[in-house]
Ligand binder design. Sequence first.
Ligand code: SAH
Length: 342
Amino acid sequence: MKNIKDYNIDELKEELKALGEKSFRAEQIFKWLYVDKVKSFDEMTNLSMDLREKLKQNYDICNFEIIKKLESVDGTKKYLFGLSDGNAIESVLMEYHFGKSVCVSSQIGCKMGCKFCASTGIPFIRNLSSGEIVEQILAIEQDTNSKISNVVFMGIGEPFDNYDNVINAIKILNNPKGLNIGARHISISTSGIVPKIYQFADENIQSTLSISLHSANNKTRSSMMPINNTYNIEELIQACKYYIEKTNKRISFEYALAKDNNDNLKDADELIKLLKGMLCHVNLIPINKIENGAYTKSSLENIIKFRDYLNNHGIVATIRRELGSDINAACGQLRRQNINSE
Ligand code: SAH
């Protein structure tokens, strides 16, 4: 059956028209789903019994089950959600001074095969629907009885490999009468699917873009990220330049530092050369060790040295605060777990 949370407001209006209903009903339904957060059509009391029946016959309301919830010493929470088809995904809630941010998954599993990421250790199963992406935020708002202000697409999966559903999820999240999370407060991270970077630049959506770069050297980057064999660094940077020119928005480059792999000052030199003059920012992440992973974390001393070197050479760089690593909720540590693991 169709999931009613898969539709943005315009699509829902069309659905209702097709059922012979007035389009303002879509707005009422949106409010029930995303403001009142009801779990059944029967609770939508301003709809006629007849309409509720029609909705029940045609749609499901996707509600996730919380299979497991872990809380870090730093307050970060990791959720393992059970989906209606028996699959499970993880989402993470982080608290910052500016508000609460949810790191969402976009796929069940991932095809990218990045050597340092735990999401690689699981086979790709399927894309998440728009409603399943939105439901991660909704379920966390409900569980914590709080408002989420920011969303990052940095959980399991490659958002640009599920492009249409991700873009539609953003439209649903944006609705001012629904979850009301502004596009500027949403950030997408990609491993570098070049054609989708062009498409996203032309989309006219105000969300921010992060690129998982991790090395400015094709040989090193290919050894870490197989996607670099399809779209190399030059092609990637060209697409980034197009994005910046088109949107006038700054790109954030993510760079996970692994000891003796990409953390020397000669690596920093290559990075400086590559990014010089671009409207961008480098986000340095101490690489998180994963099970059977080949990489070890660069020392904090070295990371600071790397950051200062970039900053002294005109590249704005900061070190990402590590949250939730004690519960395997930090960058690259999310997996599609099952009920019995961990
Ligand atoms: N597929 C997307 C989004 C998910 S990963 C992407 O690749 O961008 C979110 C960020 O965490 C990416 O920058 C990713 O490269 C990084 N990451 C993955 N594994 C990591 C690890 N073990 N340590 C630190 N960062 C990691």
